[in-house]
Design a protein. Structure first.
Length: 95
């Protein structure tokens, strides 16, 4: 989920990517900083907010595929499958 309202300025993953806990998935700038980034020297040194992976797993769904794109706070950015909790069920025919 997006921790702030703003512009996604960098997408570091794609569907199927393997990520570790605390890997940087996205970078977000507030709307004000994004608009002023080329006009104000203070803003040029601003570090974007990073969105970190909460678990080790695989990117199952990516809701933001390009940048820049505007997102609201708490917007879904992606879905990660925690491979440590993955269960597989299968039926095997018996003859």
């Amino acid at each position: 989920m997006a921790p702030i309202t703003g512009y996604i300025t960098k997408v570091n993953v794609k569907p199927g990517s393997y990520v570790n806990k605390d890997d940087i998935l996205f970078e977000i700038m507030t709307q004000e900083i994004y608009v002023l980034k080329n006009k104000d020297s203070f803003v040029q040194n601003y570090q974007p907010t990073t969105v970190l992976s909460p678990v080790t797993g695989i990117i199952n769904r990516l809701d933001v595929v390009k940048s820049p794109v505007f997102v609201d706070k708490n917007s879904s950015l992606c879905s990660i499958v925690d491979i440590n909790d993955l269960q597989v069920e299968t039926n095997v025919p018996f003859e």
